[in-house]
Design a protein around this ligand. Structure first.
Ligand SMILES: [Zn+2]
Ligand SMILES: [Zn+2]
Length: 425
């Protein structure tokens, strides 16, 4: 029989790499705690309709990349491709728009997109994100940007830069979209096949196109830019945001081509990039989504948030940290010489475990030499040895790997010494 392997586009996260994940998770949690964003955990799968409505029918995610399947009851379910639509679903489902309209949430976990796997792009990937729902203020956009900035900084990412744009509101966006549509119609065969369809159904998507022909069109001088169509309120919103960012000492630039891949964005869109991997690479992106609630059948509710890919962060962190340096080192190696040694050391394990003191317990009837070699390899300085002979004397053996000193002692004495030793670390 051939061995079973993980599905294409997925992988096991294990070994020393896991300490890098813990590091990212720790930083995310600590910033969330500081800003008092509470964690929310939504299901891994949702009704397909949630993403069709909340992400947009004419997006690559919904058209090509979703893991959609019928369950045994004939419902169409989808593994979540992103975190914001589920969070707005939860907000509306729990009636928070009425009982507690202003919430600050964060999330962390796996997302799923059926993409061609390549370096750094997996079909099961991980994101964390922060969402502030119920706040229309530009200052709240600034808080979200500040959080994304701080998390990146606390992870040690350097050469950070921020790009912002404003996608307009329900008042001014229609005129821009119409102008854009007319312009794209005139470009006809200069657009790729996909963009010809996008130009009709969702012309903003054209700005995301990587095809060379479309890039040429987008960067032609006559191409209409959303910044020239903003209404007074949108302009003011952007001015407020820029003023706060300057006060926060977060340097930024306006990128009028930045639209983000999802449908529900209004006003602020932003991306944080790092120059660490050579080219400027986005590490976090987000924006305002005042139309998302309505798209899901709810009342108008303002919201703003960002998401960041954890695989990308891990890749960057791996260049900075030796993951083994992030591992919590075992203090004690418990070395049984036989079955009676195992029993004595399990008693000791219970004592240490009760006090959350890290140790490594071996099993079997290996000789002392084996244990000392292994303890040395693991970088553990104290080895506790127990076997039949020690049991007959009612003692255990303490071996200090640094000084080479070896002392046989009664259990109570040894427990006291263990606690003493822990204090030193
Ligand atoms: Zn507007
Ligand atoms: Zn195109």
């Amino acid at each position: 029989m051939s061995l079973i392997r993980v599905p294409k586009g997925t992988r096991d996260i294990w070994g020393e790499e896991i300490y890098l994940w813990h590091k990212v998770e720790e930083v995310v949690r600590s910033v969330a705690y500081s800003f008092q964003y509470e964690e929310i955990r939504t299901p891994i799968f949702e009704s397909t309709e949630l993403f069709a409505r909340g992400v947009g029918e004419v997006t690559d995610i919904v058209q090509k990349e979703m893991y959609t399947f019928p369950d045994k009851g004939g419902r169409s379910l989808t593994l979540r491709p992103e975190g914001t639509a589920p969070i707005m679903r939860a907000y509306l489902e729990h009636g928070l728009n009425i009982s507690n309209p202003r919430v600050k949430w964060f999330y962390m976990g796996p997302m799923f997109r059926y993409e061609r796997p390549q370096a750094g792009r997996m079909r099961q990937f991980h994101q964390f994100g922060f969402e502030a729902i119920g706040f229309p203020q530009a200052a709240c956009d600034a808080e979200i940007i500040l959080i994304a900035w701080l998390v990146s900084k606390k992870l040690g990412l350097e050469n950070l830069s921020l790009e912002i744009n404003n996608l307009g509101c329900n008042k001014c966006r229609d005129e821009y979209v119409k102008t854009l549509q007319d312009f794209l119609k005139g470009e006809g065969d200069n657009l790729c096949a996909n963009c010809k369809i996008r130009a009709e159904k969702n012309p903003l998507r054209v700005l995301d196109c990587k095809e060379e022909t479309c890039q040429k069109v987008i960067h032609s001088p006559a191409f209409p830019l959303v910044q020239d169509f903003l209404c007074e309120e949108c302009r003011e919103h952007q001015d407020d945001l820029m003023e706060i960012l300057r006060e926060l000492d977060i340097s930024f630039s306006i990128n009028p081509y930045l639209v983000r891949g999802l449908d529900y964005y209004t006003r602020t869109a932003f991306e944080i990039k790092t120059g660490e991997l050579g080219a400027q690479d986005a590490v976090a992106g987000g924006g305002r989504y005042d139309n998302l609630s309505s798209a899901l059948g709810g009342p108008p509710v303002p919201g703003v948030g960002f998401a960041a890919g954890m695989e990308r962060m891990i890749l960057l962190l791996a260049k900075k940290y030796d993951p083994s340096s992030l591992k919590k080192q075992s203090l004690f190696y418990l070395a049984p010489l036989d079955v009676s040694g195992e029993k004595a050391l399990l008693k000791l394990a219970s004592f240490l475990g009760d006090r959350t003191i890290p140790f490594y317990l071996e099993f079997g009837d290996k000789r002392v030499k084996y244990h000392l070699k292994k303890a040395q390899k693991m970088g553990i300085n104290t080895v506790i040895i127990a076997g039949k002979e020690e049991k007959e004397r009612g003692e255990l053996v303490w071996k200090d790997m640094v000084s080479g000193e070896q002392i046989s002692m009664k259990e109570e004495e040894l427990l006291a010494k263990l606690l003493e030793e822990r204090k030193k670390c």
